[in-house]
Design a binder for this molecule. Sequence first.
Ligand SMILES: NC(=O)c1ccc[n+]([C@@H]2O[C@H](COP(=O)([O-])OP(=O)(O)OC[C@H]3O[C@@H](n4cnc5c(N)ncnc54)[C@H](OP(=O)(O)O)[C@@H]3O)[C@@H](O)[C@H]2O)c1
Length: 329
Amino acid sequence: MKKPAINKILLAGSTGYIGSNVLRVLLSKGYHVVCIGRNFSFDQSTKKHDNLSVFKTDICKKINYEFLKKQFSSLDGIISCIGTRSGGQCDSWKVEYQANKNLLELGVGLGIKQYILLSAICVQKPKLHFQFAKLAFENELISSGVSYSIVRPTAYFKSLAGQIEKVKSGKPFVLFDNGVNTSCKPISERDLAEFICSCLFNDARKGKVMPIGGPGLAYTPMGQGELIFKILKQSPKFRSVPSSIFKIFGYCLTPLSHFSNRIKNLREFLRIGHYYATESMLVWDESQQAYSSAKTPEYGNDSLEDFYKQVIKFGIDGHELGKHKLFKN
Ligand SMILES: NC(=O)c1ccc[n+]([C@@H]2O[C@H](COP(=O)([O-])OP(=O)(O)OC[C@H]3O[C@@H](n4cnc5c(N)ncnc54)[C@H](OP(=O)(O)O)[C@@H]3O)[C@@H](O)[C@H]2O)c1
């Protein structure tokens, strides 16, 4: 393997699902990592790692980089794995756009050589606030003059595991509409973290916007359900819910959303639900006006089947979905 030319990396989002895996990969490859953010919750061995430093600050506000400049004069690159935890309108713009913009300004001030942004494949067909906010920052990064790699993954394994406990306890797997209208090529957090870190010393990934999925065929929600039932050795039991339910509740909330931010965010959550119930997480083929599994690049070795087996056996610990999960166990 080529020796990395970049040594000291600023990592934002190290407490998140993907960011924590990126941190693990960076440390295992010998990088010096400076984690920046509002809270840090590392395990004991990571906390004591010689190559790890932390810088606690509110990245959504303008970052005073004089302190960082003194401490970390030779910062080489930034990896941003931050993302709104709520998906709400204000939080999306605050985190996906403003915090990344602040980090980029910081990076320019510190003379970084590369900015790696974890984005999402769904920004190719933007309809939601968090997607517009992500896109707005992508465009600023591209025109900033800083060398960049923008990684747009498909769905994460954890996002497809929300119904396992329910199904284990004998309940049906819930599908939207017929369960085969959408599909995705899910990727594990480990493979994605490897992909993100390998952008640091791969010239072919510089100046690129890269959609990326996991290995193998695309899964529909019906296929995901069938796989879970197969592993559990249960006969498949599905319940179909019309995706229009999100729209109907959304319309009902519209008048109230003008008066309350909580309701505005709830309405946005319903719009997010409708988006994921009706759009595939695959590359959109403009010429065919359709999603294309074949055109969605694959990376890694981890399979959804092995992930499901692990979650069924040991539980979802470490793969929590946070506030934005759709299905309650
Ligand atoms: N879920 C999927 O299937 C999927 C697919 C493709 C792309 N993505 C994108 O991938 C990205 C990362 O996803 P993930 O699941 O790893 O996210 P996550 O677990 O929710 O982590 C989000 C990270 O952002 C940080 N953050 C959020 N709000 C912040 C704030 N106001 N100030 C400072 N830090 C803040 C969090 O820090 P704290 O610990 O301090 O909150 C955390 O480190 C997101 O942008 C998401 O849109 C997700």
